[in-house]
Design a protein around this ligand. Structure first.
Ligand SMILES: Nc1ncnc2c1ncn2[C@@H]1O[C@H](COP(=O)(O)OP(=O)(O)OP(=O)(O)O)[C@@H](O)[C@H]1O
Length: 272
């Protein structure tokens, strides 16, 4: 049986302004899940993931992280288990060189000097950022800045990696690198939770999609299931990936199997 590592039970979150962003969410996230959370602006995606590492506390209900209530765990302990890459790297980066940025979290989590060096060397090589190690991160171009912000979290290898809009502002090589990192993390048994409006990327890089609408989870399943659920897509105001839309147009309705990538599309149509 798969290990449930995050569970929300009747999770409600009301901000001090009176906005109720989560209206009783029940969700189980399993080890090695490759999840995307999707939904229109303001549907509660960021609010829910911020409960997974204790950045936000429930107004009512509970969140269990590795079986333990998040209100009973220290923020530092939870941050070690659940790494969070912010949507905007400028909100995450705080050191004056890339090297310091990459070393900050491992040192903070008690890695020895040797362990920190090994962790940083690995991530630098993986993400090919040797040439900017002594640069001030805020002077980098947006894609590199984003890559540094991901690398600074990857360096301590959290069990769960949350990526908030990871493709926003990334160029094509950046997207390719992101995919490589996600695949590597999944291969090594980690769990990925990505928030995204980029349905083309979501379709090809998730095993499970959670659809949110107005503070509730309105669907949860494989990309094949979600992108053929016209009612849910309409309710959550989500457009399927462009290639899926093209197939729906050619089929003149909903086919039995969703086409989620260009290679799926070519396979389906090449002999017609
Ligand atoms: N710090 C806050 N204070 C008050 N209200 C907030 C705060 N953060 C979010 N909200 C409100 O909570 C609701 C859910 O917001 P949230 O950011 O979780 O949605 P989202 O799905 O992540 O949106 P987006 O796709 O725009 O990032 C919205 O109505 C939003 O205005």
């Amino acid at each position: 049986m798969r290990e449930c590592i995050i569970e929300t039970q009747d999770l409600v979150h009301t901000y001090p302004t009176g906005v109720t962003a989560l209206k009783g969410v029940n969700l189980k996230i399993y080890k090695n899940d490759k999840i995307s959370i999707v939904g229109q602006n303001g549907s509660g995606k960021t609010t829910i993931v911020r409960h997974f590492n204790g950045l936000l506390k429930p107004t009512s209900g509970r969140v269990l992280l590795f079986g333990e209530d998040t209100t009973k765990q220290k923020i530092g302990q939870m941050a070690r288990k659940v790494g969070y890459v912010f949507q905007n790297p400028n909100h995450q980066i705080f050191c004056t060189t890339v090297r310091d940025e990459l070393e900050a979290a491992p040192k903070n989590f008690g890695f020895s000097e040797e362990e920190t060096k090994k962790a940083v060397d690995e991530v630098v090589e993986l993400m090919n950022i040797q040439s900017v190690l002594n640069t001030h991160p805020l002077t980098l171009d947006y894609t590199t800045k984003k890559i540094v912000s991901i690398a600074s979290v990857l360096a301590y290898k959290p069990d769960v990696l949350i990526l908030d809009e990871p493709t926003g502002g990334l160029d094509e090589p950046g997207r390719v690198m992101l995919t490589k990192i996600i695949d590597m993390m999944i291969e090594n048994g980690h769990t990925i939770i990505m928030i995204s409006h980029d349905m083309d990327y979501v379709a090809e890089n998730s095993d499970r999609i959670i659809v949110m609408c107005q503070g509730e989870v309105v669907d949860d399943g494989s990309p094949e299931k979600i992108f053929l659920n016209a009612e849910v897509l309409r309710k959550a105001q989500i457009e399927p990936p462009q290639i899926t839309q093209l197939d729906l147009y050619l089929e003149n309705g909903y086919p039995k199997e969703a086409i989620l990538s260009v290679s799926d599309f070519i396979k389906k149509y090449k002999n017609i």
